[in-house]
Design a binder for this molecule. Sequence first.
Ligand SMILES: [Cu+2]
Length: 690
Amino acid sequence: MLSSSKIKAGFHFIPCSLAMAIAAISVTGHAAGTQSNHDMAIELIEVTAEKLQKVDSETLLSEAPVTRPTHDAGELLRSVTGMTALRRGGRGFEPIIRGQSQANLNIISNGAFNYGACPGRMDPPSTYVGVDSFDSVQVIKGHRSVIHGSGGSGGTLLFEHLRPEFLDGAIQGHVKAGYTSNSELQHQGIDLAAGGDQGYVRVFAARKRSENYEDGSGQTVASAFDSDSWGLVAAWDITANDVIEISHEDSREGDVWYAGNGMDAVFADSRSTAIKWTHDAALGFIDSMEANIYRSDVEHLMDNYTVRNRNMMPNGMAAPSASDTWGGRFLSTIESENSQWRVGVDYQANDRLATLYMDAGKNGSLDMLVARMWPDVEQRQWGVFSELDYQLNDHSSLRLGLRVDDYESSAQTANVSTGMMGATTPSRLYANYYQASPERKDDTAISAVLGWDIELAEGRRFNANLSRSVRRPDVTEQWIARSAMGSFWVGNPDIDAETHHQLDLSLQQSSGKLEWSATAFYNDVGDYIEQFKQDNATLYRNIDAEIYGTELDAKWQLSSAFSARAGVSYTRGEGDNGDLAQIAPLEARINVAYQAADWAVGAEWLVSSRQTHFDPDVDVNEESAGFGVLHVYGHWNITEALLLEAGIENLSDKTYAYHVNSANSDPFNPDAVRVNEPGRQTWVKVRYQF
Ligand SMILES: [Cu+2]
């Protein structure tokens, strides 16, 4: 029988006083959709909440401490060994796991997929995840399970709200406020939950205002933004075994400055609603089941004159765009003495539209249609999956997963003229560059996971994961059609889906004073979708590629108060035409922390080597410098309810930038740029719990 401790709960990014209650629930409470720890999901833990966690030795190494305030879910993931995020400004961090990003990552919040609406990737899906409100985020590196949708070759990020337990009263919650110097970022948030045994309602809201920050040299980096979000989660126990949960999140961004794009965002609004039913009792041979449906809509407007007048011409350029996503999943679980078998189906639909206009006089009249950038693209996907976790004996278990997906993709207005300014159709662009026609594309894909876990000795585990995953072309890679002012950005309708065959080996020691894990991975990528340049055009083609690397993590408990951590990651990516783009160099992170009864202090030193491997068509066309940067942080529980946190980032006021940079998908701004990180900044946060 798979013990409940194998049901891996996620990272607790939790309101403090709820932490214990939620931690208890999260270990036992995910009925269907449970994860065996073959997923090796990473828990991201705010350092201030860390001491409240009941540390489970099986999962200890999969923690990643978050030591700084983050205001974007993509940025949050910079705390995990082997993960990074590229910066375009103060918002829109693009998460990268082991050299894979964008369409290679499945980002799921409350069961819902969401796709950004910006062709220039100002709004990766993680941007719309309200990081303040989520109680649990699981980060799965690589492809280790087939139940989280199609694709996901690089990894899966699962953001979840957990059910609060009402221990002392029917109402609980917290208010918080924060300030960061340099960008003068102000942040306020409130989170309230009311309920009892039969159900609950939780509402939350956050407000953020940020100016531009300065880098270590005192240069202003375009990064200001306004962000407001609110949400609601409600659950109702309709019977002893059935729960209905409704969640809704609404996020509004405005006046978003981007150092790494050729335009700024006037607004970016997202609404996401999900309904989930769980039935936690046997029905025939099925032991439990869950079904969810969702809808996520995003609207976005960027231009080069409203937020900042970025060009001296009398006419401006503007690109309104939208992305609507809906879908659902049915998942049933069948358990036996030594196995857990998950079987289900899922569906996902995404419609995207982006249009480029010239605005004569920059008065918002959008006078002339220039390009149908995303010509009413429709993507549809059906999947069926089956995944078995089988306990071979007391020390080892197997995972066998198989999924079949059926895709289709089409561009509805590919043959419609773009009028006076563009004077061409998307179809003509596809024909010119690829001799391709824009008819509907269909594909069927098979994905599989074969996993093996074995306990070699007390606290020492070895784990192997062999997988095949297929990720379909993104809307941009397949259908973008931009012809403007002598430059072209054209998707390839005939591009094939990427197939990833990955082997991942990991050894973990999770007991004793020194805990560590070592991982090596190799990924053979067929039909890797490469962006390249040809004359004045940005185009896409399939190539063969390989990505491989290693990660090491260690944690020493030096005494009851002193602890230290280290994480090292290295990834290489090579393809038919040389180095792959957007691969972070060798990186190391070292933390030391001192934990007293009601306060703690710590320091984090992040070191990155220079990167000599890059793709000149996508990356900045030069090697990047290495850097070392120091952050210090601490917190003080003034009372049980009142928490004060503070820290200084980039203590030595260094000018630095990550190698991965904003240029990977922005032909609005064909010159690649590497956006500098903030110079020294002091931050403070207060949280009051009730
Ligand atoms: Cu945009």
